[in-house]
Structure formats: C-alpha cells, structure tokens
Design a protein around this ligand. Structure first.
Ligand code: ATP
Ligand code: MG
Length: 428
C-alpha cells in the first residue's frame, strides 16, 4: 500500500500569487516600468543569492536585517556562506562595481522582484515580499534627491493614491552624527532617572534608538533631547535646503521628521519615507535615502548615490483599495454654467491634461447642483468651476472636494486661468 503523502504547504509568510491576483501584479509592473522609463531608468537584474558578507558589510552588522532577518545557509558543496537577498541595493552596487558600470558615467537603474526577510508575518509584512528598487549611482545631488522624490509623487498620482505622505530628514555626515551622538549620550546620562530599562540598555550601544521609544513616560525627555539637525554643518544644511526648495517648487508637500533615521547603516544626508494611514500598522510604502559611502565600502571607487525601495504588496493593497472605493476617475472635475462657459472649460481642460492632470469635463445639463453631485461621485480632489463671472473675468474657481484638502486650503478660490495648473498642483 502506498503511504499517504502529507500535503506540502507554502512556507509561512510566503504567498502564492494566483491568476486572479496576478493580473493586478502585471498591471502594476507595466505601469511602474512606464513610469521609470519616463525618467530614464534602465533595468538591472542581479542574482537572488549572494555571499553573506556582501549584506553584513553593505547593510551593517548591527541592523535588524543582518542581526535577525536574513535567510542564510552554508553551501554544502563548497562551504560558502550564502544569503537570499533581503534588499536590492547591496547587490546592485556589487554588480556596478564588478562590471565597471560607474567607470566613466553615472547610472540610473531599477530592479523589481522578490526579497526575503525572516520576520514575524502579519498584514503587510511577509517573509518573501517584492520590491521596486531604484538607484541613481554617481550623482551628488541635491537635484537628483528631489527628482527621485518628485518622481514618486508622480507614481502615486498615476495610481490615484491620495493618502500617501512624505516624511523627510537629513542625517548629515558621519562626523556630524558622531558629534550628535556624544551630546545625546551625555544628555541621557544626565537624565538616567527618566530612562526605562530598554533605553538604559541602548544608551551606549545605539542611543539613537532611544529616540524611537514608544514609552509615553519618556516622551518629554526624548522631545527635549539634542537634535541631529542642530549638529549639521553648512554643507549638509545647504544640501538639505536644496532638496526642500526643489520639492516646494514642484508642489510636493513634506513633513520634516527629525526622528526619521532609517534602519540601515549606510545612509547619509537626505532620507525619506512615504507613509499612509490606510494600511494599519505597516504604513510605510517606500523608504530611501542617500548612501554616498556604500560604493567605496564595498570595494569600488568612492561614488555618491541615492535610492529607494517600494514595497509592492503594500502598494498593491493601496491600489486595490483605491479601485474598490470607486477609485478616482479623475483628479479634477470641471463644471460649467452655459454653452459659452463649456467651450472655455473644454479648452482649459486640455491645458490641464498637458500638465499631466486627469480631467473630466461635465457633459449634459448645466444645473450646478447635479454637476457637483457628479464631481463628488468621481472621487476628484477638486471641482473647477466656470460660471458667468469667471467667464467674463478670464478666471476659474477651484472648490476642493475632499475634506482634508478643503481644510488645508481655502474652501473655494478664484484664480486667473494661467495660474490654474499651479493652484491645482497644491492639492492633487
Ligand atoms: P519596516 O520598518 O516596515 O520594517 P524597513 O525599513 O525594514 O520597513 P525597507 O528596508 O526600507 O523597509 O524596505 C522598503 C519597503 O519594503 C518598505 O517601505 C516596505 O514597504 C517594504 N517592506 C519592508 N519589509 C517588508 C516585509 N517584511 N513585508 C512586506 N513589505 C516589506
Ligand atoms: Mg524592517
């Protein structure tokens, strides 16, 4: 008699993506490739398996990833220590060095695919997950730092995701961080009584982590601790201001978060994360930053670089939500009061589309009430109104439709037609 075979199941935290779900994966991968192509990024594919020491060196020995999350094993054939990639950056940098890609020019490259981390599985956190990884190698910035961030804002727009916020910080350079660390340890040593056990343990090993505490009793102490921003020199500050100004010019809103340090050792200067409240506790969709020291650390010629990684599972969940919620048919819904107004509105809408804004111009009855109902139903961020007054003055009025935008900006604002694109960019 044949022995009954105990069924094999997929490993914990590793998911099958079945055909129904896979269609959405392919759709988002296509869209991501088009988006990256528009900025001149080219694909690079590196092996899933690498030598363990690439990651321990590249990511840093005392990081969560290297300390406890890597899938590592010994190759039984030759005794080599190997690791399934837990992220892309180290492998991409290794390949760039190995093939002299950075010899005479910078490179804009991207990768997409699975990465592996031995974490506790939960919503938005898996053991095999997928990233879109983007690296700009050989650029000093700050123009390229801003370009990467503006580029991400475009991706959220392409996917009609409205609730992804940008958090930004500068980590300065290693010597500036060292001076801050000394001040931090000194400060906490003077306030030992206020520290919990965790914080006391971290005081000398990793004092920055104390700033991350969830203990409400320590909040006051932590808030008053020395800030890294106050230790940045003129060059680091100028770099950061260069990034911030460019984001403002591009209409990308950000929040300065002095607590944002990122988990990896290799970052310097600009670091950022895009976060949302729509995914429960795993709310970070994308994280990145500058890592000017990494190429040299891995044996290459010193080369500045910056990159980011998007978590595809989290991105897809957001996108599915946006679509399930009726999606956002357009960014702007245009309403109008007369035939003459409709014609001006249609031409203005063409200009908005030239600027990459998705526009529906109302067609049908001229009654404002029913038009606004449609505008609401479309999920648009704003209605643009062409009434008699606007028509004779050469203006248009903007009415923000989503409550958070309406609160942040004036409920309704009338602007000259030539300012319409810039005004709308503030809220979509
Ligand atoms: P977290 O703080 O959530 O652990 P991280 O700092 O470890 O994130 P990164 O190494 O910056 O994450 O990875 C980039 C992105 O990959 C994250 O912003 C997130 O969207 C996604 N990501 C990270 N870990 C996982 C995981 N275990 N499962 C699914 N997605 C993940
Ligand atoms: Mg992590």
């Amino acid at each position: 008699m044949m022995q009954p075979f105990q069924k094999v199941r997929a490993l914990t935290g590793m998911k099958d993506i079945l055909p129904d779900a896979s269609a959405r994966w392919e759709a988002i991968e296509d869209l991501v490739r088009r988006w990256l192509g528009a900025y001149g990024y080219r694909n690079i594919r590196t092996p899933v398996l690498e030598q363990t020491r690439l990651f321990s060196r590249g990511i840093g020995e005392v990081t969560d990833i290297v300390e406890k999350e890597m899938y590592s094993f010994t190759d039984t054939l030759n005794g080599e220590q190997l690791t399934m990639r837990p992220e892309f950056t180290a492998g991409v940098v290794r390949a760039a060095i190995e093939h002299n890609l950075l010899y005479d020019r910078p490179q804009r490259v991207y990768s997409m695919g699975p990465v592996f981390r031995h974490e506790r599985p939960q919503r938005g956190r898996y053991r095999q997950f997928h990233q879109v990884d983007v690296e700009a190698l050989g650029f000093v910035g700050p123009d390229i730092d801003a370009e990467l961030i503006v580029m991400l804002a475009r991706l959220w727009r392409m996917l009609a995701l409205s609730d992804v916020r940008l958090e930004l910080n500068s980590l300065g350079q290693a010597d500036e961080r060292a001076a801050h660390r000394v001040a931090l340890v000194d400060y906490f040593e003077r306030h030992l009584d206020g520290l919990d056990d965790d914080a006391r343990r971290r005081l000398h090993a990793n004092p920055l982590r104390i700033l991350d505490t969830k203990n409400p009793a320590m909040q006051g102490l932590v808030d008053a601790a020395p800030r890294l921003g106050d230790f940045l020199g003129a060059e680091s500050r100028a770099h950061f201001e260069g990034v911030c100004h460019r984001l403002e010019e591009a209409g990308v809103a950000y929040r300065l978060n002095p607590r944002l340090v990122r988990g990896l050792d290799y970052y310097n200067l600009t670091v950022f994360e895009w976060v949302t409240d729509r995914l429960g506790t795993q709310g970070t969709v994308c994280g990145g930053g500058r890592y000017d020291g990494l190429v040299e650390l891995l044996g290459g010629k010193a080369t500045p670089a910056i990159g980011f990684a998007i978590g595809m599972e989290r991105l897809l969940e957001l996108w599915n939500q946006a679509i399930a919620g009726g999606g956002r048919e357009c960014d702007v819904y245009v309403v109008h009061q007369s035939d003459a107004a409709q014609r001006v509105a249609a031409l203005a809408a063409e200009r908005l589309r030239d600027a990459g804004i998705r526009v529906i111009v109302h067609s049908g009855s001229h009654g404002f009430k029913s038009q606004f109902k449609r505008a609401d139903g479309s999920g648009a961020a704003a209605a643009v109104i062409f009434g008699e007054e606007e028509l004779s003055a050469g203006t248009a009025s903007i009415k923000w439709l989503r409550s958070e935008e309406a609160l942040a900006r004036a409920q309704q604002k009338t602007v000259p037609l030539e300012c319409l694109v810039d005004e709308l960019r503030l809220g979509i």
